[in-house]
Design a protein around this ligand. Structure first.
Ligand SMILES: *Cc1c(COP(=O)(O)O)cnc(C)c1O
Length: 341
């Protein structure tokens, strides 16, 4: 038995570091519903500047930033185009139907990655029977794709298509900094392609709470009202925004360590007899396949040895690396994985 729990369930399980807590304690705050919290304003400005967009909006969760963006960019009876694995479709409780009264057109990308060729035939013509295709949502990295990343040239082509056809383009960039780390693309080059980008501070970046929606000044003005209607207007939120600023300053550079750890785990899994295959590892997510119907059993066996992780189907298991898993802990996990049977 191990005393130390190795928690690979998600990169959301991290606790604020001492430095982050210190930054939070020192934040200058005010009532953000009155627009008077300077730390929230600093976070919004910092991120919109990084992505070369006009404005930002701090929200309690990534689900809220995505749902606000979809509400901003659609009318009831419109249709949203996304991959069938998309978080906005699978893990936001049917929020597209609930908040925006829009339908969804699901595509089948390779590991969740869409292309302009896949999207173009799925855009509805103007016809009395069809919903109006008004929005494409991309995810980068793709969670269900095992942390797969877009090429910027593919994004540019999708942007071009949306522009010609009059559709808006939103990026669910919950793990966009993982994608930037893996591809070497620059955040500054992203803004031009998207009408909205949502970014999680509480995933690999290690903040306790919060996501930011980026867009034009007009979009964010509208989004601010929708956030209020969703009940997401916050008061002295600067304490939380300070954690986000600290994360951007201190936890982006180190994401490459998480990516290396994920690759090391994948190599160990390939040596294990109970593992049938491992999805290619690009960022901090490792999804591996075991014999049909055995995923739950293997998760329980790993748990007995001190590794926490989740199944993603009856035959697949996901491990996520993050800043609360040190190199020593990864070494320990690799020993457990290799020796499990
Ligand atoms: C985590 C996540 C979100 C947002 O989730 P919250 O838990 O609401 O912050 C959105 N998209 C993707 C791809 C995610 O992984």
């Amino acid at each position: 038995m191990n005393n130390k729990i190795l928690d690979f369930r998600s990169d959301t399980v991290t606790k604020p570091t001492a430095g982050m807590l210190d930054a939070m304690m020192q934040a200058k705050v005010g009532d953000d519903v009155f627009g008077e919290d300077e730390t929230v304003h600093e976070l919004e400005t910092k991120l919109s500047g990084l992505f070369n967009m006009e404005a930002g909006l701090f929200c309690p969760s990534g689900t809220m930033t995505n749902q606000i963006a979809i509400k901003c960019f659609t009318q009831p009876m419109d249709e949203v185009i996304c991959d069938q694995t998309a978080h906005v479709y699978r893990y936001e409780i049917g929020g597209i139907a609930f908040h925006s009264a829009a339908s969804v057109r699901l595509l089948h990308g390779e590991r969740g990655i869409l292309t302009s060729e896949l999207i173009e035939p799925e855009i509805n013509e103007d016809n009395i029977h069809y919903p109006n295709s008004s929005l494409v949502v991309l995810e980068n990295t793709v969670n269900k794709g095992g942390g797969s990343c877009y090429k910027l040239s593919d994004i540019a082509a999708i942007h071009h298509l949306c522009n010609i056809k009059g559709l808006k383009l939103h990026l669910d960039g919950a793990r966009i900094f993982n994608a930037l780390t893996a591809t070497g693309d620059k955040s500054h080059d992203y803004g031009q392609y998207f009408d909205g980008i949502s970014i999680c501070l509480s995933k690999g970046l290690g903040a306790p709470v919060g996501s930011v929606l980026l867009g034009s000044k007009d979009t964010i003005h509208k989004a601010r009202k929708i956030r209020k209607a969703f009940g997401g207007g916050m008061r002295q939120a600067g304490f939380l925004a300070a954690a986000g600023i600290y994360a951007l300053d201190n936890h982006v550079e180190r994401l490459k360590e998480d990516h290396q750890h994920a690759k090391d785990l994948a190599a160990a899994l390939l040596q294990a007899s109970y593992v049938k295959s491992v999805m290619p590892v690009e960022t901090n997510i490792v999804i591996f396949e075991v014999a049909a119907g055995t995923a739950n059993k293997i998760v329980s066996q790993l748990k007995e040895k001190g590794i926490l992780c989740n199944t993603t189907s009856a035959s697949t298991i996901r491990l996520v690396t993050h800043l609360d898993l040190s190199p020593d802990m990864i070494d320990e996990a690799i020993k457990i994985i290799v020796n499990l049977r």
